[in-house]
Design a protein around this ligand. Structure first.
Ligand SMILES: Cc1cc2nc3c(=O)[nH]c(=O)nc-3n(C[C@H](O)[C@H](O)[C@H](O)COP(=O)(O)OP(=O)(O)OC[C@H]3O[C@@H](n4cnc5c(N)ncnc54)[C@H](O)[C@@H]3O)c2cc1C
Length: 425
């Protein structure tokens, strides 16, 4: 049996150390998964089920994974942090070697990955799902230091950003202003900022009813817009003001200490709490490995998710150029399965599987008030593009439908339970 790295071993309960962590037999194919979030954890778990003959290693720097999905509910006071925090014990029990470290260099020709702790891992196929990076200074003045005053809370990491935003909301005066800066497309989770507005409004309505939310948007339209706007009117009245790009919503500059957000036309908004969600790119490791193009995202073959620049590396989740597909946890999970099946087929010398991708994005617009959008996607024959299957999708119906909203909030809870089980159990 291969020894588990000491740092990982120390954090695992004794019971799990006795679990059948697979050593690699001579000649056994190696699947290396980098990133243990929605794409990576789903891939590692699925690989163990689909191809027990393959040795699976997962590299992830965080000891536990905090999900961005349902993070907004923590802001709303409807969940606490433990409810969105997940351990890797289930994957270890399934025979995944979990290495708590960060990939710092990829050599796609030699098929090796260098880790921050000094270890080098060789692979036959790699699944890379490192998520996003924030484009510091794309908004003038918004750099990593600024995020300590104006949190983004858009990458979960160790949870510090989400906790900071929640503390700021709790500390602000009644009658204060919460401003959000919302980025242009493409970015992680198209409906996420609007669910965040809703959950902050839910919190404020109960605790600071005279407060206002000013949502400054670099776009003119957004996901599930009529449904969100109906909900805001019905649940929060005049509390939420959404300012689109054509009404001077685009934030160009921030002054973190003064709490100022400045827009394209030079309007200066002072906020008691500022949640700045900046423009994004693929995570640093994907860019440094030369996998991304000038867009900052990784072009892939949509049948297998192999990076165009590096055969043998399947890039899934938010880091790839997703075409028509939104950057969602649901799709990271769905495409993880296709990427693993393609990688395993290649290792077995078998034909690749037939691709089809699913997405349902639920959002909570209030307590017991769920809305959703559903789509199914397929790539074209040569894998150069991916499109929605005609008439495959849709959104929740509009109207005064309290029972529908109540049920969709429950379906959303069910989705969260089942996808996190599909990643970590
Ligand atoms: C507020 C919010 C709400 C959301 N709500 C929903 C929702 O309701 N439904 C939905 O489907 N999606 C939702 N999303 C989107 C979802 O979180 C992402 O689409 C999903 O996390 C993408 O998965 P991923 O694997 O690409 O990245 P992640 O899940 O972020 O995982 C990336 C992992 O890679 C690790 N990593 C990074 N660099 C390295 C490295 N160099 N070496 C090793 N590991 C590395 C990171 O530590 C991280 O654990 C939401 C997002 C936000 C911000």
């Amino acid at each position: 049996m291969r020894p588990m790295p000491r740092r990982t071993a120390l954090r695992l309960p004794a019971l799990l150390l006795a679990a059948p962590a697979l050593g690699r037999a001579q000649g056994q194919a190696r699947l290396l998964v980098v990133g243990g979030g929605f794409g990576g954890a789903s891939a590692a778990r699925f690989a163990r089920t689909l191809a027990p003959e393959v040795a699976v290693t997962l590299v992830e720097p965080q000891p536990r994974f905090i999900t961005c999905p349902y993070g907004n509910l923590v802001l709303g006071g409807l969940r606490e942090m433990p409810a969105i925090t997940h351990g890797y014990e289930g994957l270890v029990a399934r025979g995944v070697r979990v290495v708590q470290d960060r990939a710092v260099g990829i050599d796609p020709v030699a098929r090796r990955v260098r880790l921050g702790g000094g270890e080098t891992l060789a692979y036959d196929r790699m699944i890379l799902s490192p998520g996003i990076a924030l484009r510091w200074n794309a908004i003038e003045g918004y750099d990593e230091a600024a995020a300590a005053a104006m949190p983004h809370a858009w990458i979960a990491g160790d949870g510090a950003q989400l906790r900071l935003l929640r503390r700021q909301l709790q500390a602000m005066p009644d009658g204060g202003v919460v401003a959000l800066a919302i980025p242009p497309n493409p970015y992680r989770c198209p409906p996420g900022p609007y669910e965040r507005i809703s959950m902050i409004a839910h919190y404020l309505k109960r605790h600071k009813p005279r407060a206002k939310i000013l949502a400054l948007d670099a776009k003119e339209r957004f996901s599930k817009q009529p449904l969100f706007q109906d909900a805001w009117r019905a649940l929060y009245g005049a509390m939420v003001e959404w300012v689109p790009a054509n009404v001077d919503g685009r934030v160009m500059r921030v002054e973190p200490r003064a709490g100022v957000l400045e827009t394209e036309l030079g309007t200066r908004h002072r906020a008691d709490v500022a949640n700045v969600i900046p423009p994004q790119s693929a995570a640093a490791i994907a860019i440094e490995a030369g996998l991304a193009d000038a867009t900052g995202w990784v072009p892939v073959d949509y049948r297998s998710f192999e990076a165009k620049a590096a055969p043998g590396i399947h890039v899934i989740g938010d880091a790839n150029q997703a075409g028509a597909m939104p950057k969602s946890g649901f799709l990271a999970n769905s495409t993880a399965k296709q990427a693993v099946a393609s990688a395993v087929a290649a290792l077995r010398g078998a034909p690749p599987p037939e691709p089809v991708y699913f997405n349902t994005c639920y959002s909570h617009a209030g307590e017991g008030y769920g809305i959703s959008v559903v789509n199914i996607f397929r790539p074209n024959a040569d894998g150069s593009a991916v499109a929605e299957v005609p008439a495959s999708g849709g959104t929740s119906p509009r109207g005064d439908l309290p029972e529908q909203r109540r049920l969709e909030a429950l379906y959303a809870d069910g989705w969260y339970e089942s996808i996190t089980a599909d990643m970590f159990s």
